[in-house]
Design a protein around this ligand. Structure first.
Ligand code: NI
Length: 239
């Protein structure tokens, strides 16, 4: 297997800042991937707190996710995944960069796509962020079961207009109004690999058309956000 990455080359750092995303083939070991997969099965056995595609979680959630999984499963905090992800985030954004959010996502067979969006569209429009997400699949991730897709360079033009999926305000998930995906890049990964994307990079995952669940961990890292002198308005967050 490939040795887990705990620091990036100048070339990788340059690629991230230019393109708004990056991928590495290993952020942890095969053994740890197994252990974290078991934690997932415990976390999701009783249903989930949230449903990105519906109004609430529970057993019938279409796209279940659990926020802050390490609060339920503290051993995650000392895992190689969390340590290496923080080191990589610090290489990309600087030494003051720390973990600011976590999601465990469980994409069952038949789960829908996560439409094109920018993560920052969910956040406080009054703040300036320097932030990125690291996404780690716990089995192979490919075009068939929902790997990440990015549109290179889209992190440079600010947050674009979004709406709730299906224009239904009860659906938590957001979708960008217009995304030209002709230049989209798919990032298939082996288990325990990782993609990194800037909080404004357009990204998408297709439906899970395979017959196994697609488990993925998403860790958000950033510097302390600053208050903007002129706050932005994100009308899709109102109402
Ligand atoms: Ni996202």
């Amino acid at each position: 297997m490939v040795a887990p990455v705990s620091s990036l080359t100048e070339e990788q750092i340059g690629f991230f800042h230019e393109q708004g995303y990056l991928q590495v083939d290993a952020i942890t070991t095969d053994d740890e991937v197994e252990q974290v997969r078991e934690i997932y099965d415990r976390l999701f056995a009783e249903g989930s707190e949230h449903d990105l595609w519906g109004s609430k979680g529970g057993k019938d959630a279409k796209l279940p996710q659990t926020l802050y999984p390490s609060e339920y499963e503290p051993e995650l905090k000392t895992s190689l995944i969390y340590k290496n992800a923080e080191a990589i985030a610090q290489d990309l954004l600087g030494p003051d960069t720390h973990l600011r959010g976590e999601h465990a996502i469980f994409k069952k067979p038949g789960s829908p796509s996560t439409p094109w969006h920018q993560d920052e569209a969910y956040w406080d429009p009054a703040l300036h962020y320097e932030s990125l997400s690291i996404w780690i699949p716990l089995q192979e991730a490919n075009e068939d079961n929902g790997c990440m897709y990015f549109i290179p360079g889209t992190h440079r033009d600010g947050v674009q207009p979004h709406h709730h999926i299906s224009n239904d305000p009860n659906v938590r998930g957001l979708e960008i109004d217009e995304a030209d995906d002709s230049q989209a890049v798919a990032c298939p990964l082996p288990p325990g690999g990782a993609t990194m994307h800037h909080s404004q990079t357009f990204h998408f995952t297709p439906p899970n058309r395979s017959d196994i669940p697609r488990r993925a961990l998403s860790l958000i890292f950033g510097r302390e956000p600053k208050t903007l002198s002129t706050p932005r308005t994100f009308p899709w967050q109102q109402g």
